[in-house]
Design a protein around this ligand. Structure first.
Ligand code: NCD
Ligand code: ZN
Length: 349
């Protein structure tokens, strides 16, 4: 196949940050995607509808003329989120989900939930008004191996939570394991999952080697949940290309200044917004399933969120291009995932 034309895709999990840095990364997403679910883990986090409205306006103000893009806002769930705030969020029409970060699980999650029991009233309100819960699904106990934290979350937290709120719409964000893929495929009720391009393309060996197998730590491949072993990548590829409407595109593109990644304590997050749909095309082609890309990237997400599919179309051409080594990021720069490497697919302008 030399060319692929499809419905314009959306990104159902994205970090845009704020201020000048946001203004620098936003055009990369807006060029590719018509809409994106914008994560609320700013400093301080977006915990109120008023804050989400203001953040949304800052995004729209930063959008270059001629780019057609709609930010879909989220609230950051805390132990103190009130049912009234949930109802305000739903009534606003601009908030499309509430994000659960277990406290300390990932970048900027210090204000996250310390115990789901504390959020019962907010979760009940979300179920009542039908506002989806978006979950970073990892336990945070220090004694649980980092590579097992998603698997443990399913039995310890997710299954009990869904038993308590059986009608709550849930997105299991950026799944990384065969256990999560199996759970989402077979669970009852209203559940979906996003899958990143990097978890479809890379396994954990890539954290410690380059593409040719030369050893050395590769901090730009470090994200949370961390890349897993090859069997898990294969299970994710199977899920994404299965045609199941429960799986959809979410890049989890998470920009960080170069210096904070290339550091003695490098932070988690991979920037893929500049090459996202091309990377997904690579992964789907590897699985011999390019014909399944459109549904995963452009149909299943809006169907799950109860939004219309996009009317516009995009075209991918088989034509190589090289990712830049660095991208301007406010006063600093960031290194995109796969910097300097060749990509086989090009998104036509
Ligand atoms: C995200 C970030 O940098 O905000 N990092 C990441 O590794 N994915 C947070 C998150 O989604 O976990
Ligand atoms: Zn994320």
């Amino acid at each position: 196949m030399q060319e692929l034309t499809m419905t314009r895709p959306d990104d159902w999990h994205l970090h845009l940050r704020d201020g000048a840095a946001m203004a620098d990364v936003l055009p990369y997403t807006a060029r590719q995607f018509a809409r994106a679910i914008v994560m609320p883990n700013l400093k301080p986090p977006v915990t109120t509808t008023a804050a989400a409205q203001a953040y949304r306006q800052r995004i729209l103000d930063a959008l270059p003329a001629g780019l057609d893009f709609e930010p879909l806002m989220t609230l950051y769930l805390t132990d103190n989120t009130s049912p009234e705030e949930i109802r305000r969020a739903k009534a606003s029409g601009i908030v499309h989900g509430v994000k659960l970060y277990p406290a300390g699980a990932t970048t900027n999650s210090d204000s996250g939930v310390t115990s789901l029991a504390r959020c019962a009233a907010a979760l009940q309100a979300m179920q009542d008004v039908d506002l989806p819960l978006l979950i970073h699904g990892e336990v945070t106990h220090q004694h649980v191996d980092v590579f097992d934290r998603e698997k443990f979350f399913i039995d310890e937290q997710l299954i009990p939570l869904r038993r308590q709120f059986p009608d709550l719409r849930v997105v299991f964000e950026h799944i990384t394991t065969k256990e999560a893929a199996q759970y989402v495929s077979s669970a009852e009720g209203r559940i979906g999952a996003t899958i990143t391009a990097h978890h479809l393309l890379y396994n954990r060996t890539r954290l410690f080697t380059d593409a040719e197998g030369r050893t050395g730590m590769r901090p730009h491949f470090y994200c949370l949940p961390v890349l897993k072993r090859e069997t898990h990548r294969q299970a994710l590829l199977t899920a994404a290309t299965s045609g199941s409407p429960r799986f959809f595109l979410g890049t989890d593109s998470a920009p960080h200044p170069k210096g904070e990644k290339e550091s003695a304590c490098g932070c988690a997050g991979c920037f893929t917004a500049a090459s996202a749909i091309e990377m997904y095309a690579m992964a789907f082609e590897e699985a011999g399933a390019l014909d399944k890309l459109e549904a995963f990237a452009s149909h299943h997400g809006p169907d799950f969120y109860g939004l219309p599919r996009n009317a516009g179309r995009v075209r991918l051409r088989r034509a190589e291009w090289r990712l830049p080594a660095e991208i301007k990021f406010g006063a600093t720069s960031l290194v995109p995932l796969g910097a300097g490497e060749l990509l086989p697919w090009t998104l036509a302008a």
